[in-house]
Design a protein around this ligand. Structure first.
Ligand SMILES: CC(=O)SCCNC(=O)CCNC(=O)[C@H](O)C(C)(C)COP(=O)(O)OP(=O)(O)OC[C@H]1O[C@@H](n2cnc3c(N)ncnc32)[C@H](O)[C@@H]1OP(=O)(O)O
Length: 213
């Protein structure tokens, strides 16, 4: 049994709990910067950094606790910063791989990545730390995915796509082979991307066109 805390108490927390086999993991506490109710009736929630510090101070067991940042959307840099901060507090990031995800034997998965149900990480893919591969997304052979990237539910990246740090690929988007999605770019829901996307650019539609830079 491994002990885990979650930072973030909304939808992504519920998704992560479902992805962690309950026989192997125990969620001890949830933390959030907002005063919200716990997503789980059986797990207490604490407010912000102060809540975490007092929770840590009150702990008596010296058992290792892992941390998971349950923040989705396009806030990938926040996710990675929080992951680093939690590491500094003594909690190593937990990498979550749903039991029904496919991960190729030679794929490299960064610390704190979250690979959700029915997703596929194919041969020779590299995922940075804190990446989310959401439900039913696929990342085909030889893709390189930077840290804090979020590949939304049902999105499909063809082979040899490069996605730079903190980019966000919306639900159901498709990215053609060999393209580059720049740092912090956003690909809209359902977009069909047929050319490179610049850093910070927002694209949408079929074929995907720039909404703004
Ligand atoms: C488990 C989970 O839920 S994970 C979360 C997954 N979330 C997503 O996939 C959401 C992805 N986000 C989107 O697709 C957003 O619409 C964005 C980021 C592309 C654009 O958002 P905004 O900047 O707020 O754009 P806004 O809604 O103002 O629309 C601007 C224009 O783009 C169009 N547009 C917006 N999104 C899209 C889209 N996905 N496809 C086509 N056109 C779009 C709008 O119709 C509008 O056009 P108009 O100016 O002619 O009226």
């Amino acid at each position: 049994m491994r002990d885990v805390i979650l930072w973030g108490g909304t939808g992504q927390a519920r998704v992560l709990r479902e992805a962690l086999p309950c026989a192997d993991f125990r969620i001890l506490a949830v933390f959030d910067n907002r005063p919200i109710p716990s997503p789980f009736p059986d797990v207490p929630i604490y407010l912000g950094e102060e809540g975490l510090r007092s929770w840590l101070a009150a702990r008596t067991e010296a058992i290792e606790v892992r941390a998971c940042v349950a923040i989705g959307g396009h806030r990938g840099s926040d996710r990675v910063l929080l992951q680093e901060w939690l590491q500094q507090q003594g909690m190593q990031p937990l990498t979550v791989i749903h039991p029904r995800a496919f991960v190729a034997a030679d794929a490299e998965i960064g610390d704190g990545a979250q690979i959700l149900a029915m997703s596929a990480i194919c041969a020779n893919v590299k995922l940075g730390r804190g990446v989310i591969v959401n439900t039913s997304a696929s990342i085909d052979h030889d893709c390189v995915i930077g840290e804090g990237v979020h590949v939304g539910p049902g999105a499909n990246l063809a082979g040899e796509v490069r996605v730079e740090d903190y980019a966000f690929i919306g639900v159901g988007a498709v990215v053609s082979p060999g393209l580059k999605i720049g740092r912090s770019a956003i690909v809209g829901a359902g977009a069909v991307v047929i050319r490179d996307v610049a850093a910070d650019e927002v694209v949408a539609g079929n074929p995907a066109r720039s909404l703004r830079r």
